[in-house]
Design a protein around this ligand. Structure first.
Ligand code: BGC
Length: 730
């Protein structure tokens, strides 16, 4: 009887039951694990940087490696050549699949943080959109482009909650509110992983950095962290739980310690809480050399000790330190690490590969054309950029009329492309960015004068001759991101002085601030005629900005982090909890706090203006009592567009549990609704409040909901709104 290729492959699959799609996933995982030697199991826990199909051939063929970081083809030369990375990925994958004993495919990880070739705003900017669907679509496109490039795993979203703008990594974060970060993070996970991980153009997501990294002392990157378990659970762990519930395939451990215990050795949080309590069955990956750094952190004597502690704590993959590859097998053989612990790690990696469909589709499709920012992709990048802009002040100067006479475009970012991509853009190309200077003349019918980018005497000369000056100031992306913290939140040296001098000319001045963090803008907010925060907007920076300045689009973004008054005010966020001596900031903003300054933030969390105005009607409640089990209350409010242009209002719901077992935030974002209203139109924002939204961890770290009173506030930001009291009944 002739045997066709199908039959042969079927026979092959009988010998390799983990390839049989008809079997339940866990049976396939178990079947493969049962075949693996200790060395092969350890191999799955080993990740190196830039795996090379040439020089690493033996390592791959022996099954000694499970994944690669950066997914680039070092031997293939210039990885910017179209398709080169994908070829290198396929070459390495072919060795793993065809030459290793069990044919286990490799994972290729890369930091696809806010886009791949099509670069979106930095995550803090994406958070400012308060738009889950837009964030999901951006992540979906990023995944499609990255996977066409051979990437199967991205190290995003970053869910570190921080009220520390000195910390450069807030640029990568989704803001200070657990509910905002959690919902947008879950949207990113759904975008990266698609409907089902393993579908076309999907990459595994990674919720990072677990956990507490946003609390680094003084905002200095990698610093130690002091935080109690209650705050961890009520604040910092929450967005991670949202990501896990959204099916996030992997989680990355944080570089820092938490109250003395480095996260890469934190058995309680990784193994007991994440994997135990939450039932997370995905992969925990170390951060870069995080296992090795246990030695520098002074809790491990050497790499062997570090490996023993990290694997016991629940770190499944060792990113680049080499500690697992060098020591795990011997640690098991000598009885210091139970085999079951290594089995658990290998099982999770295998499970991810099976879930990802890598055994069926290990290669980058040959037909896939190299990713590019196609026109449709650029449109999405432009939509996201424009939606991220937050208007802080406007004395009626914006939007600019197309026939505004002579417009001076000045400041360090007027002619910039690359610098507007932002931190963590590995694949965006500066030359593909549409700069502000290149975009202005498409909308301005008058004359655009482009300054050379350096503030100088020439700038003052040009400003004197112009009808209006648009100054593009703020931070270069190299001033934010990992290991880029600052001690001063003011504008970079010299910018304030020039802005002040231009303002003194008495002609309209519009200030656009590019930044990776909340800044102390001080008097700029007073003397400028309009101030727009544009973050680092990505590939379509120029057109998105010009369409906004000239009113083709309206700014609709809201601050995802509080803008403090000064460094001296830190921490300054919406997460404040009651003290024994409460202050009434409305009546006496300085009471009991600073003798020399107001205590309220300069710009509250959630705030942002647009080209129209909104007025809020009274709060309506469907009931004032809700049953602890299964109850709910509908809260609604009418919002009128009281201006002359259409616009978007982000109506925010804040809750406060008035008497709880521990101090609870005075206002905490619980939900939000976006209303897009024509001039004069009235819309209704309706929220369903459930007891779940008031749940928190108490003194014994037990999750609970209190019967009793809660305060409901609905308004345009965290600083105020219409309030009502409700009662949760037992
Ligand atoms: C960062 C991570 C990143 C990793 C891999 C580390 O330095 O902390 O966020 O995913 O490098 O590039």
């Amino acid at each position: 009887m002739a045997t066709g290729p199908e039959e042969a492959s079927q026979r092959g699959n009988m010998a390799r039951p983990w390839l049989r799609l008809e079997l339940p996933q866990e049976e396939r995982v178990q079947a493969l694990l049962a075949e693996m030697t200790l060395a092969e199991k350890v191999g799955q826990t080993h990740q190196i940087h830039n795996l090379d199909p040439g020089s690493d051939r033996e390592l791959i063929a022996s099954g000694g490696i499970g994944s690669s970081l950066m997914a680039s083809g070092a031997t293939a030369g210039n990885e910017r050549d179209e398709g080169v990375r994908a070829c290198a990925v396929n070459a390495a994958q072919r060795i793993a699949v065809q030459e290793s004993r069990l044919g286990i495919p490799l994972l290729f990880g890369r930091d696809v943080i806010h886009g791949h070739r099509t670069v979106f705003p930095i995550p803090l900017g994406l958070a400012a959109t308060w738009d889950e669907d837009l964030v999901r679509r951006a992540a979906r496109l990023a995944a499609t482009e990255a996977s066409a490039d051979g990437v199967t795993w991205t190290f995003a979203p970053m869910l570190d909650i921080s009220e520390e703008p000195r910390w450069g990594r807030v640029a990568e974060s989704l803001g200070e509110a657990p509910v905002l970060a959690g919902r947008l993070g879950a949207a990113m996970v759904r975008g990266f992983q698609g409907e089902v991980l393993g579908g076309p153009g999907t990459v595994a997501a990674c919720a990072k950095h677990f956990v507490g990294y946003g609390l680094v002392g003084g905002g200095r990157d990698y610093e130690t962290v002091q935080v109690g378990e209650n705050t961890l659970r009520n604040v910092h762990l929450r967005p991670f739980l949202d990501a896990v519930r959204a099916g996030c395939a992997t989680v990355m451990a944080a570089f820092t310690d938490v109250d003395g215990v480095p996260m890469h050795a934190h058995r309680r949080l990784l193994r007991d809480v994440l994997k135990g309590e939450w039932g997370f069955d995905g992969v925990v990956v170390a951060d870069w050399d995080g296992v090795g750094q246990l030695v520098a952190q002074g809790v491990a004597t050497d790499l062997r000790d570090a490996a023993a502690q990290a694997i016991a704590a629940g770190v499944d993959i060792d990113m680049v330190s080499g500690a697992y590859a060098a020591h795990l097998a011997e640690l098991v053989e000598s009885g210091q690490v139970p085999l079951a612990v290594v089995d658990d790690a290998a099982r999770r990696v295998i499970r991810l590969k099976i879930r990802h469909g890598l055994f069926e589709h290990p290669y980058v499709a040959a037909s896939t054309s190299a990713p590019q920012p196609w026109p449709q992709s650029r449109l999405l990048a432009r939509e996201a950029a424009a939606a991220s802009f937050v208007l802080l002040t406007n004395k009626g100067t914006l939007p600019l009329a197309p026939d505004t006479g002579r417009v001076l475009l000045t400041g360090p970012f007027a002619q910039e492309g690359e610098a507007l991509l932002g931190t963590w853009t590995l694949d965006g190309r500066g030359e593909e960015v549409a700069s502000p200077a290149s975009a202005i003349q498409t909308l301005l019918r008058g004359e655009a004068v482009i300054d050379d980018g350096r503030f100088s005497d020439q700038t003052m000369h040009l400003a004197r001759q112009a009808d209006i000056t648009v100054a593009l100031v703020g931070e270069h992306p190299s001033r934010s991101g990992e290991a880029h913290s600052v001690a001063d939140l003011g504008l970079p040296a010299g910018q304030l002085e020039v802005l002040r001098a231009i303002a003194a000319l008495g002609k309209p001045l519009v200030v656009v601030v590019f930044t990776g963090r909340p800044l102390d803008l001080g008097e700029v907010l007073d003397f400028a005629d309009a101030v727009l925060v544009a973050w680092h907007p990505g590939l379509e920076a120029g057109p998105a900005l010009m369409e906004t300045l000239f009113g083709e689009r309206s700014p609709g973004g809201r601050l995802p982090m509080t803008f403090p008054r000064s460094v001296g005010h830190l921490p300054s966020s919406s997460m404040a909890r009651p003290t024994g001596r409460p202050i009434d900031a409305a009546r006496d903003p300085a009471a009991g706090r600073y003798l020399d300054a107001l205590v309220v933030p300069r710009l509250p969390f959630g705030s942002g203006l647009t080209y129209t105005t909104f007025s809020y009607g009274p709060l309506r409640l469907s009931a004032t009592e809700m049953a602890l089990h299964g109850g709910s209350i509908q809260v609604s409010i009418d919002v009128t567009n009281s201006g002359e242009r259409p616009g978007r209002e982000v109506v925010q719901l804040y809750l406060r549990d008035i008497v709880a077992d521990v101090t609870r935030p005075l206002v905490e974002l619980a939900d939000w609704v976006s209303l897009v209203l024509d001039a004069g139109a009235v819309g209704t924002a309706t929220f369903t409040i459930t007891p779940e939204q008031l749940a928190y961890y108490d003194r014994t770290m037990t999750r609970r909901i209190d019967p009793g009173e809660a305060l409901v506030t609905v308004g345009p930001d965290a600083a105020g709104g219409s309030c009502a009291r409700i009662t949760v009944t037992d």
